[in-house]
Design a protein around this ligand. Structure first.
Ligand SMILES: NC(=O)c1ccc[n+]([C@@H]2O[C@H](COP(=O)([O-])OP(=O)(O)OC[C@H]3O[C@@H](n4cnc5c(N)ncnc54)[C@H](OP(=O)(O)O)[C@@H]3O)[C@@H](O)[C@H]2O)c1
Length: 329
């Protein structure tokens, strides 16, 4: 008997932190996964994905595509039931934010969704948006006066305010909804907060990875943003595709900026006693900001504890040699 296999799906930007975990979960569920990468010859970036594919029930193939190349996604989406569009530049500082952040995010989203619209097999597109599309840093208060929900949109970020990344995610998600309205596929968007959690790739670049690396190597402190776990973010993508009634946007976030930095560094120090870690300063700002109940109710998503998120991220980064902390004598 042929082995059980699920639908064929496409994941854009397979080398990414979020996409790698998503591919792992899809392969565990026996999906046939086509992933797009900018450079299929970059072995360092693809090694962990090839290893995953060898040990898991699904199958994985790599397809070259750049977000800015018109029509680059036309062939890879053929035969796909779901498209997970995760690829987008994620960094904050840039000399040319329009070119480096906004164009790939917005034109890239349009490019991927236009390819999806041409193919009858695609029933749903799941877009990785962000809470950056929900709330700007210098943003307006939530619509309901209490917590930011999926009803809120970031209407305040501009390049001039240094929020090009926030703007890129807002414009990209808006462009996606506009295109979806005129297309036959359904769109669901996932809006994660700052994503942390275990890593699989040896690659040390990337904003989430750089944040933890800086802390473990003594160059940074643990801030107090409301985080979320990469495993939960990936699971939300899968559920958003699989659950027929899933619709609209889903915020994936701890409700408040927890854990406070001091508590977080205590957890990490207890988990890695021989490593020299700095003590964080507790932030006073731990008030609840995000209503994450829609994902819990409609997707049945239970969030991983912040302690596991941080400890598992640090453990995998040290094991892979991405973070090389100083040890205590
Ligand atoms: N990490 C977070 O805290 C967070 C929070 C909310 C939302 N998100 C969203 O989650 C998604 C993934 O983020 P991540 O943290 O996984 O970032 P990441 O590790 O930096 O991955 C970004 C991915 O986008 C690809 N990419 C960038 N520019 C591209 C282009 N011009 N053409 C094709 N591919 C391109 C990268 O490919 P290369 O390997 O070729 O560079 C990489 O695969 C993004 O949409 C991001 O906005 C992330």
């Amino acid at each position: 008997m042929a082995p059980f296999s699920r639908a064929t799906v496409c994941v854009t930007g397979g080398t990414g932190f979020v996409a790698s975990e998503l591919i792992k979960q899809l392969l565990e569920k026996a999906y046939t996964v086509k992933t797009t990468v900018r450079n299929p010859d970059d072995d360092e970036k693809l090694l962990h994905l090839k290893a995953l594919a060898e040990g898991l029930p699904g199958s994985l193939s790599f397809h070259k595509a750049d977000l800015l190349e018109r029509g680059a996604f036309d062939s890879v989406v053929q035969g796909c039931t779901y498209i997970f569009h995760t690829a987008s530049p994620f960094f904050i500082d840039s000399d040319d934010p329009q070119k480096a952040l906004i164009d790939p995010a917005v034109k890239g989203t349009e490019n991927v969704l236009q390819s999806a619209a041409k193919v009858s097999s695609v029933s749903r597109v799941v877009l990785t948006s962000s809470v950056a599309a929900v709330q700007g840093n210098f943003g307006a208060p939530p619509k309901n006066g209490k917590l930011y929900t999926e009803e809120d949109w970031n209407e305040t970020s501009t390049i001039e305010k240094g929020q090009a990344y926030h703007l890129s995610k807002t414009l990209a998600e808006k462009a996606a909804w506009k295109l979806a309205k005129a297309s036959k596929f359904e769109l669901v968007t996932i809006c994660p907060n700052f994503v942390l959690g275990p890593v699989m790739s040896r690659r040390s670049s990337g904003t989430s990875i750089g944040y933890m690396k800086g802390y473990l190597e003594g160059r940074g402190s643990l801030g107090s943003s409301a985080n979320c776990d990469v495993r939960d973010v990936a699971k939300a993508h899968v559920l958003a595709a699989e659950i027929p009634s899933a619709s609209g946007r889903y915020i994936i976030s701890e409700p408040a900026p927890v854990p406070a930095a001091k508590q977080a560094s205590e957890w990490l120090q207890a988990a890695f006693p021989s490593v020299k870690l700095s003590t964080g300063e507790d932030s006073k700002d731990t008030k609840e900001l995000f209503d994450n109940s829609k994902a819990a109710k409609e997707l049945g998503l239970n969030l991983t504890s912040p302690k596991s998120t941080l400890v598992d991220m640090a453990a995998t980064m040290m094991a892979l040699g991405i973070a090389k902390p100083t040890t205590k004598h």
